[in-house]
Write a protein that binds this ligand. Structure first.
Ligand SMILES: [Zn+2]
Length: 441
């Protein structure tokens, strides 16, 4: 007999934990309407990506299910991403005395390399929890002199800009902002949207990554600190989140050839967009030698504790949502990926919260099954900025999605140069996660 365990307190959907003889532990939605589709018959239909599923296999430790790209399950029902998080925790000593020791060693190096230079390190800021907390720790706890760097894709919300200002003035950190040409940024966004690939926001991620390197080089700063935390965000699969300079260029070229964005195909012309080519990427890693550190990887870190400290010490405010500091990011997370690709990235942070014991799996699953929060006017703002009519919007959202591997990218070059990137990753001049994600076949 299957073991049934009913969850409480979710008016929207009722979650039933069911032990399945062949599939290990399964969660299925029974009764009540679900935004995934008609759940009243016990079917779980989640967008066009996974038609025909009447069950969904969920990890016994987090809420990643069998539809997450590249996932595998062990005999105990624990998914490969949970195992990856455990492995990373072991290597970095996350939250243990060993981890603290490793981090302190790194911080001493950063302080010593900073002597005689205007700054000890660069910290990229977005106004979000992780990067704001890093600014706080760097100044109050670690005695560092950071330079904050912000890549402005011109889609920021007022709250984000205000948060950046509040945090930097509280902890007295100077700010370098790179504001991209809004015309160029919007042209690239329009190309990605109309071509129909998942990585709508890739130009921001890549522009940000290149800006950090350029500013480090300009101010002769030897270290770049990143606010990423695998314990609160997990490790995301490559399938829907690929980006490199050649990919951006080829999506824009195809859009230009099809008259979707005007006829001028080059994205890097007149320095309107900081396009990170392979030569620039390698040049920075090999010759400029800035080192990357992710301090949160070593620490016992929860977003909840970080938010509390930031709100108490500075005028920083919580967005009350995931990645809502920027309208493009908000559109990407709450509308574009769920509606067009059937992918909802909230399972990253919810799964991480399960692993940390902050929420139960039933509660996380119930939250995941609720439609994401969409702020008023988000869709119309997106359409207005990019000049997209209602009909074009609806047709594009309905059209089949395409994949990064249909386009020219540096993936083959990354694989070919894997030994070099391995060498650079071991010396922290590219991140280990870049090496693991992009350089392996
Ligand atoms: Zn898992």
């Amino acid at each position: 007999m299957p073991r049934l365990l009913r969850s409480e307190g979710s008016p929207y959907t009722e979650v039933v934990l069911r032990e399945h003889a062949e599939l290990g532990v399964c969660l299925t939605i029974e009764s009540a309407a679900s935004w995934f589709g008609n759940a009243s018959t016990g079917e779980l239909v989640r967008g066009a990506q996974s038609p025909g599923f009447d069950w969904v296999k969920v990890c016994s430790q987090c809420i990643y299910d069998h539809r997450v790209g590249g996932i595998t399950f062990g005999s105990n029902g624990v998914c490969s991403y949970c195992r990856q998080v455990d492995e990373l925790s072991a290597v970095y000593g996350t939250g243990s005395a060993a981890g603290e020791g490793k981090l302190e060693e790194r911080l001493q190096q950063i302080r010593s390399d900073g002597r005689g230079r205007p700054f000890d390190c660069i910290i990229g800021v977005s106004g979000g929890t992780d990067s704001s907390y890093l600014i706080r720790m760097a100044t109050r706890q670690w005695g560092l002199r950071p330079l904050a760097v912000h890549y402005d894709n011109t889609w920021n919300t007022a709250t984000a800009s205000q948060n950046i200002a509040e945090v930097l003035s509280t902890y007295q950190v100077p700010l370098y902002t790179y504001v991209v040409s809004h015309l160029q940024a919007d042209r690239i966004f329009r190309a990605f949207f109309l071509i129909g690939v998942p990585e709508l926001d890739a130009s921001t991620d890549l522009g940000y990554a290149y800006t950090l390197r350029k500013v480090a080089s300009q101010y002769r700063v030897r270290h770049i600190l990143e606010g990423h935390s695998f314990t609160t965000e997990g490790v995301s699969p490559l399938t829907n989140n690929y980006f490199d300079g050649k990919y951006i260029q080829s999506v824009v070229n195809e859009a230009a050839q099809n008259n979707l964005i005007g006829s001028e195909p080059k994205v890097a012309r007149a320095n309107e967009y900081p396009l990170m080519t392979l030569a620039r990427f390698l040049g920075h890693a090999a010759f400029r030698k800035a080192k990357f550190t992710r301090p949160l990887w070593f620490m016992d870190y929860t977003k909840e504790a970080a938010k509390e400290v930031l709100a108490r010490e500075s005028g920083w405010r919580d967005y009350g949502g995931h990645h809502l500091e920027n309208r493009m990011t908000a559109f990407f997370h709450s509308l574009y990926m769920p509606k067009k690709f059937g992918v909802d990235f909230r399972n990253n942070s919810l799964s991480a919260a399960c692993r940390q014991g902050i929420v139960s799996r039933e509660e996380a699953w119930a939250r995941y099954c609720k439609e994401p929060y969409i702020e008023d006017g988000l869709r119309s703002y997106f359409q207005m900025r990019l000049g997209i009519s209602n009909k074009l919007f609806e047709d594009t959202m309905k059209a089949d999605g395409r994949s990064w591997n249909e386009f020219d990218t540096y993936k083959r070059d990354f694989e070919r140069l894997a030994p070099i990137f391995r060498f650079l990753a071991k010396r922290d001049r590219v991140t280990m996660s870049f090496y693991l994600k992009y350089c392996q076949k």
